[in-house]
Design a protein around this ligand. Structure first.
Ligand SMILES: Nc1nc2c(c(=O)[nH]1)N[C@H]1C(S)=C(S)[C@@H](COP(=O)(O)OP(=O)(O)OC[C@H]3O[C@@H](n4cnc5c(=O)[nH]c(N)nc54)[C@H](O)[C@@H]3O)O[C@H]1N2
Ligand SMILES: Nc1nc2c(c(=O)[nH]1)N[C@H]1C(S)=C(S)[C@@H](COP(=O)(O)OP(=O)(O)OC[C@H]3O[C@@H](n4cnc5c(=O)[nH]c(N)nc54)[C@H](O)[C@@H]3O)O[C@H]1N2
Ligand code: SF4
Ligand SMILES: [Mo]
Length: 705
């Protein structure tokens, strides 16, 4: 037996990027714990990090490319697989045009720096307008609002949770999710500290969540009505004479006029939040010495997601809390995504989806339109699909329809570790290494963290022989595709040839050296716990990217959207209807970690939660098998009584539904659950930008026969 070796890295499973301490014995990880010297996570860890080894050692995990054949999956060589993918995609583009090949990028792409540095080398060559990603089932409204208000889609203010004295949280459950667009490891301790220094936290959610349980105050809200609540709060700040906007904010007169009708009384009828509370919360928020309003998935993925996120920004702006310590601030990351133009400022509605006419944003179309683009014949019909690190059959609205649509493709390739509900349709699957086997620098989530830090994670274990990293797969595909496409060589090709041969750490080293903190990979390698770059600090108006360097609080597009939505936003929802919302659990991660034995055990967590009164009204009992139906589908699962649910609202987590045939998920199949996205509706999208409207789907629930 050799001596134990200790190594440090960061977890890339969720946005919290916790520092981890690994103990290795005889080449195997025997212990994982939080790195107490990490300046951001300070030793925090959650149960998912322990499953990193489950994923690496999972017998179901693919280690070689596989081809789907009539007698099941057959392993093939990398050369054969990569050549065939390039050849088929080139052939389909030649025959049907660039738009015939669609791309879907899932969530883990942004947690893996190699996919970010090398993905574009291949994907950029496809020349398709049919680009989709998890963004349009997630944070898309944030980007659009930042693009309009601040001039860049990635100028996303982060709550200064460590200094705020009033934290207003809508549609987010950081105690389960560990924060989103707010990288906040150890959120529980930070919230305890908030209250210890006399601060208050108010949570607005149709479910009394884990986060609501540690708050000072929780309010139920009817799903999809948050925009009305936020407009009422903004109105009250104006009415009470409490507006204190910064001098570089334009458009607030127009805002004031636009929200005038949103009186607390009218909004109380719509939202279910009492008018006295609306008035009081507005006054407390405005009076606080540093207040932050934060709204996440529950706000973004609803019909008025864009208006809701605008409302969040407006409340922070009007009260002078944007760019103020204790309010919301921009980060100063070591890899400066905005400053270096790594992501463009954004563009909106430059083109539209072929079938339904949904707008693009930043070069992507809403994924709610993907199935119809495959199913509807005509010029520009999607005939091939490339997916990377995604599972849209389980994660996008009306996944059942997409599931059927994928069967009709001429060709599909997936870059993924598993044969899951989506990749089971692929002709070829290209499996990358797992997180423990490749290095990483978190380009995205350092830029969204509640404190500026920088940390590099080396590979903890050697990659098994014959496996490839995501960046190598993308680099190889890029080179082969370029060769097979042929044609004139350009400067772009030269850049492609050079970049595809550099490793991600070499590319990121360049960005670090030229960044504002003048770091380098060498420095980061020498400091395995990461480098502390300090608390967030004010940066406006200098950091704005609008042409006049001012905040545009009332862009004409948003005023128009509000005018369109006002009648609906001021009308109470139909009485007696049941509305469906989603939830997350600490031991689960979207659709893809249910095959980890360590996480799968314990109490089941896939059930429909329903208020006891709603159960009684339907003659249903706790634990019973029920049939849930929406416009697009029906599923059957167990119901669990929960007094934490708002009456009239039911909750089902997404990412389940592992009973479709042809997958290779042995552990997950034992506790399959059902897919909430067999109920969510591809026709229900945000009116401005097309994000899936998951929150508030109308459903019926009855005893299963
Ligand atoms: N353990 C775990 N952590 C995760 C993930 C995971 O799957 N598991 N996923 C990661 C990802 S990809 C993301 S994007 C983040 C998301 O992080 P969060 O945004 O914190 O996500 P949720 O925990 O789903 O919280 C959303 C909340 O919105 C509420 N809600 C639903 N509809 C409405 C509504 O209309 N109005 C209001 N006010 N509330 C509503 C729900 O009841 C729920 O409590 O989490 C990340 N972290
Ligand atoms: N109803 C409802 N639907 C939702 C949500 C909701 O709250 N409610 N949340 C939405 C949100 S916020 C998100 S982000 C999406 C997530 O949905 P998706 O991004 O579509 O899918 P994931 O479930 O994250 O699946 C990730 C896939 O990537 C693979 N994978 C993991 N790591 C890697 C890697 O390093 N490289 C590669 N190549 N593959 C890898 C896994 O095997 C898995 O197949 O779901 C969305 N869908
Ligand atoms: S909170 Fe997120 S980053 Fe931290 S250990 Fe858990 S999964 Fe990993
Ligand atoms: Mo997400």
């Amino acid at each position: 037996m050799t001596e134990d070796v200790v190594r440090f890295g960061a977890c890339n499973l969720c946005e919290a990027i916790c520092g981890l301490r690994f103990t290795l014995r005889d080449g195997a990880v025997v212990d994982i714990r939080g790195d107490v010297d990490d300046p951001l996570s300070r030793g925090h860890i959650c149960p998912k990090a322990l499953a990193l080894t489950d994923i690496r050692d999972d017998p179901d995990r693919l280690r070689r490319p596989v081809r789907r054949t009539a007698d099941g999956w057959r392993e093939i060589s990398w050369d054969e697989a990569l050549d065939e993918v390039a050849r088929r995609l080139v052939a389909i583009r030649r025959a049907h045009g660039g738009d015939a090949v669609a791309v879907y990028l899932g969530n883990p792409n942004v947690h893996n720096y190699g996919s970010l540095t090398h993905g574009p080398l291949f994907l950029g060559q496809l020349r398709t307008r049919n680009r989709y990603s998890a963004t349009s089932v997630d944070q898309l409204p944030h980007h659009l609002v930042s693009y309009w208000l601040y001039g860049h889609q990635f100028l996303l203010p982060v709550p200064d949770i460590d200094r705020t004295t009033f934290f207003l949280v809508l549609g987010a459950n950081p105690l389960a999710s560990n924060g989103s667009l707010m990288t906040v490891p150890d959120v529980r301790r930070r919230l305890v500290d908030l209250r210890a220094r006399g601060g208050r936290m108010v949570v607005v959610d149709p479910r009394r969540t884990e986060t609501a349980h540690v708050a000072d105050e929780h309010h139920f809200i009817r799903p999809g009505t948050d925009a009305a609540l936020l407009f009422a709060l903004v109105r009250e700040v104006f009415e009470a004479g409490l507006a204190r906007p910064a001098p570089y904010v334009d458009g607030l007169d127009a805002v004031r006029a636009a929200v005038a009708e949103f009186t607390p009384e009218r909004v109380a009828d719509v939202t279910g939040v009492p008018a006295v509370d609306i008035r009081r919360i507005a006054a407390e928020f405005a009076a606080a010495d540093g207040a932050a309003c934060y709204g996440r998935v529950g706000l973004s993925t609803q019909k008025h997601g864009v208006l809701s996120q605008w409302g969040v920004q407006l409340l922070n702006l009007v009260t002078g809390n944007l760019d103020r310590p204790g309010g919301t601030l921009l980060t100063r990351p070591a890899v400066d995504i905005v400053g270096r133009g790594l992501i463009g400022r954004g563009h909106y509605a430059k083109w539209h989806s072929r079938v339904r006419g949904l707008p693009e944003f930043g070069g992507e179309l809403p994924v709610a339109a993907l199935a119809e683009e495959i199913l509807t014949p005509g010029d520009g019909q999607v005939r091939a699909l490339v997916t990377s690190a995604g599972n849209p059959v389980l994660s996008t609205p009306n996944g059942g329809q997409l599931d059927r649509a994928l069967d009709g493709l001429d060709f599909m390739v997936s870059i993924d570790l598993y044969v899951n509900e989506t990749t089971r349709h692929a002709d070829i699957i290209l499996p990358p290494t797992t997180a423990l086997e490749h290095d990483n620098y978190d380009i995205v989530f350092h830029a969204l963290a509640v404190r500026d830090t920088a940390r590099y994670s080396p590979a903890i274990l050697a990659a098994p022989a014959g496996t490839r990293h995501d960046w190598q797969i993308f680099g190889e595909l890029g080179r082969r595709y370029r060769k097979m496409w042929g044609g004139k060589r350009t400067w772009r090709d030269l850049r492609l040839a050079v970049q595809s041969r550099l490793r991600p750490d070499q590319l990121v080293d360049l960005l670090l050296r030229t960044g504002r903190h003048r770091l380098s990979m060498r420095t980061l390698r020498r400091r395995p716990h990461g480098v502390d770059l300090g608390p967030l600090r004010p940066a406006l108006p200098g950091a704005l990217r609008t042409r006049d360097s001012r905040v545009h609080a009332a862009p004409p597009e948003l005023l128009a959207a509000l005018a369109d939505a006002r009648a609906e936003l001021l009308t109470p929802l139909g009485a007696g209807e049941l509305r469906l919302v989603g939830r997350r659990h600490l031991r689960s991660n979207n659709s893809w970690m249910h095959n980890a034995p360590r996480l799968a055990k314990g109490r089941p967590r896939h059930q429909l939660l329903m208020h006891p009164d709603d159960l009684a009204a339907r003659g249903l009992a706790d634990g019973q098998l029920v049939r849930i139906a929406s416009r697009v589908g029906t599923v059957e699962t167990e119901v669990a009584a929960s007094a934490d649910m708002m009456p009239g609202v039911v909750s089902l987590p997404h990412g389940w539904g592992h009973s479709r045939s042809g997958t290779r998920l042995t552990v997950a199949a034992e506790r399959p659950g059902v897919s909430v996205n067999d109920l969510t509706d591809d026709a229900e999208v945000d009116g401005v930008v097309g994000t899936a409207a998951f929150s508030g789907v109308v459903v019926t629930v009855e005893a299963a026969r």
